[in-house]
Design a protein around this ligand. Sequence first.
Ligand code: 13P
Length: 257
Amino acid sequence: MRTPLIAGNWKMNKTASEAVRFTRELVQQPLSTSAIDVVIAPPFTALAAVRDSLGPAPAIGLGAQNLHWEDHGAYTGEISAPMLKDLGCRYVILGHSERRAQFGEQDDLIHKKLLAALKHELKPILCVGESLSERESGTTAEVIEQQLNGCLAGFEPARLTNLIIAYEPVWAIGTGKAATPEQAAEVHQLIRRALTAGWSASVAASTRILYGGSVTPQNVEGFLASPDIDGALVGGACLQVDSFATIARLAQKQTGH
Ligand code: 13P
């Protein structure tokens, strides 16, 4: 059984003080996480403060939005997996389309980051997704398979037990134009087939695949109703306590708990 996961990618939003106010409010929400995982991924600068605000036995997991593949060294401005672990992170978002498009990240580099995350027992949330022109030209499947094969090349299936994948169609991110649950489910199924073909049926069965792209409290239930959609990676709607908590509550409700 795959535990549903609702993750909030804050992107470059909230100062540390704003993050503390947000987190204190969030932990006071009536929100049960008995049947789902909830994760927030603030900017690096707010991780320590958010960890402290989550308290000693947090029901909400902490994630980062990126890492450097080396543990330490002469990499000015970068942050490593051991540094994130030390701050209490358990998850890290890798290969987000904004990093691919604006910072030139390619599959081979994301592969190195995945290696570092797994080595340090951070659960990677690997983002894949096609652009609008790729969808319109009918190459979605090819693009997604290429991203998976490039990022996950050479991994033994046993190394991938902590892997989480987020399908984030680039055209749905920040646009208010979410994919339909049918469009998302189709790609999630193709991701599972690719995982079976490239790694193993057990990797395909156990990997959580999230949908991301204009997820809101209004549309999240439609996604979660699909057996192949194991949760959501939320951008804009995770920045307000109300909407993020509502999304998490709806996910919890869907499990029957
Ligand atoms: P939006 O929810 O703002 O579309 O962002 C999605 C996203 O990029 C999450 O990683």
